[in-house]
Write a protein that binds this ligand. Structure first.
Ligand code: PNS
Length: 164
């Protein structure tokens, strides 16, 4: 049976840490779905359409990586897609508590789905979408920490330009 994994998240915006985890997941599993949560954050900087468009553009040459939005409970989405595994990235010990809670809650909700944790490359271990947004909004450089398309879209947002 081919293995299908779901990598869920807010991706607001996609960072090179996410890209690194997706690339590792794509080597480990036959297919990986990047599942973008509709209501994970109340006021996301990037709309759902923008988040989906960016991820699809970044992975356009990787046929085993699929991008989709999802709403509702993650385990229900994973079961609907007939996937076996949830992938989550672990950057530091500080991530562990929340991730452990989520993994065990998801297991209680559906005992057939396993959560697998993957570590990004060290150079991405301190990046988060929240920090990227904060640093960029205050005029800091995020080059090399996010895909070029995300950097361009962040510039558009700050300058009030319509998104390309
Ligand atoms: O990138 P994030 O914000 O850390 O991702 C969190 C996400 C989207 C994976 C989590 O909030 C989630 O699974 N949301 C869907 C609703 C759900 O199933 N909640 C219960 C999780 S135990």
């Amino acid at each position: 049976m081919p293995t299908l994994a779901v990598y869920p998240g807010s991706f607001d915006p996609l960072t090179n840490g996410h890209v690194d985890i997706i690339a590792r997941g794509a080597r480990l599993f036959d297919r990986i779905i990047v599942a973008i949560a509709v209501n994970a954050e109340k006021a996301p900087l990037f709309t759902m359409d923008e988040r989906v468009e960016i991820a699809r553009a970044v992975f356009k040459d990787q046929p085993t990586v699929e991008i989709e939005a999802f709403d509702g409970l993650l385990v229900d989405y994973v079961a609907r897609r007939r996937a076996d595994v949830i992938v989550r990235g672990l950057r530091a010990v500080s991530d562990f508590e929340f991730e452990f809670q989520m993994a065990l809650m998801n297991r209680r909700l559906n005992g057939k789905i396993e959560t697998v944790f993957m570590m990004p490359a060290e150079q991405y271990s301190y990046i988060s979408s929240r920090l990227i947004k904060e640093v960029f909004a205050l005029g800091g450089q995020v080059h090399g920490l996010v895909p070029d398309m995300v950097e361009a879209r962040l510039r558009d947002k700050v300058s009030g330009q319509p998104t390309r």
